[in-house]
Design a protein around this ligand. Structure first.
Ligand code: GRG
Length: 289
């Protein structure tokens, strides 16, 4: 585990309610769903963007944990029988299998406000106006004009053929919105960037958000369940439109490569301080799980 991941794990341990606090079972299920798993890509992005913007890591830790809580809730709900109906996540039984459906629903219901609570009760900006702006960024990224809306489009697309722009629109929302929020919020914890630089960072964030999804589609048909820690081959089985189903495997791989180059190009003016963001673009595209 890297330094950021270890720091994140400790922070999430602290922010999540303890298992001896009532209701114990819900708190156990929340901790089960958030802790001890996941690549922590979004926190890594928040810390890397924070580093570029000269942010205090103590502030970045809060926004990174908030984004990761929203992400964890989305996975718990996505795995439920009413959505993707999966039994394996991060190499262990999904939340509704380990606990039950009602508890899984409540885990999402509770993780989502907890994300906003920690952002409201810790100092993450120099002014309360700026802090509220940051809460709004996460709210927009999570809601019907962001991740939840993208999920709705995803569910509506099952069994249908989507055009490439339609697929891209869905993914920019479902997966891209939260990835963008991680980068933007990490950078907003500091004040080292001007408006133009924030714009370049936004372009980077949008591009790697899309690259993340293209690679996810490739891995779904290219990697094993054991490597992924989640059921492989589901997209084809569920007749979901994906980059692979539309472009074929080779062109989907080539697109991921193009997006990696585009993301790195967006960072070119930043020089050495953006090294971690470049590494993460490489990791997102070259990952095998
Ligand atoms: C239920 C509102 C709601 C939204 C669900 C993110 C999402 C929306 C569903 C997950 C389904 C899925 C496979 C999306 C593709 C990309 C993705 C977000 C994969 C999982 O993220 P990783 O790989 O997971 O960062 P880890 O476990 O590493 O944190």
């Amino acid at each position: 585990m890297g330094v950021v991941q270890a720091r994140m794990e400790a922070a999430l341990q602290r922010f999540l309610p303890a298992t001896d606090i009532v209701p114990e079972r819900l708190h156990r299920a929340m901790r089960y769903s958030v802790l001890g798993g996941g690549k922590r890509v979004r926190p890594l992005l928040a810390f890397a963007a924070g580093e570029l913007a000269g942010a205090d890591p103590a502030r970045v830790e809060v926004v990174a944990a908030a984004v990761e809580m929203i992400h964890a809730y989305s996975l718990v709900h996505d795995d439920m029988p009413c959505m993707d109906n999966d039994i394996l996540r991060r190499g262990k039984p999904t939340c509704h299998v380990e606990f039950d459906e009602a508890t899984a629903l409540l885990v999402g219901d509770a993780l989502q406000p907890l994300a906003f609570q920690i952002m409201a009760e810790h100092v993450i900006a120099d002014s309360s106006v700026e802090q509220i702006e940051m809460l709004k960024i996460l709210a927009l990224a999570s809601g019907s004009r962001g991740m939840a809306g993208g999920q709705a489009l995803d569910l509506a697309g099952v069994g249908k053929s989507l055009s490439l722009p339609e697929l891209e629109f869905m993914h920019i929302h479902k997966t891209g919105a939260l990835i963008r929020a991680a980068v933007v919020l990490g950078a907003r914890c500091g004040h080292g960037l001007d408006a133009q630089e924030h714009g370049r960072l936004e372009r980077y964030a949008k591009t790697i958000g899309l690259a993340f999804q293209v690679v996810d589609d490739v891995l779904d048909c290219d990697a094993s369940t054991a490597t992924l820690g989640k059921t492989a081959g589901k997209d084809a089985a569920q007749e979901k439109p994906t980059y692979v189903s539309i472009l074929g495997l080779a062109r989907a791989r080539a697109l991921a490569e193009e997006l990696r180059a585009e993301a790195r190009a967006a960072l070119s003016s930043f020089g050495a301080p953006a090294a971690r963001l470049r590494e993460l673009a490489d990791f997102i595209v070259l990952r095998k799980f």
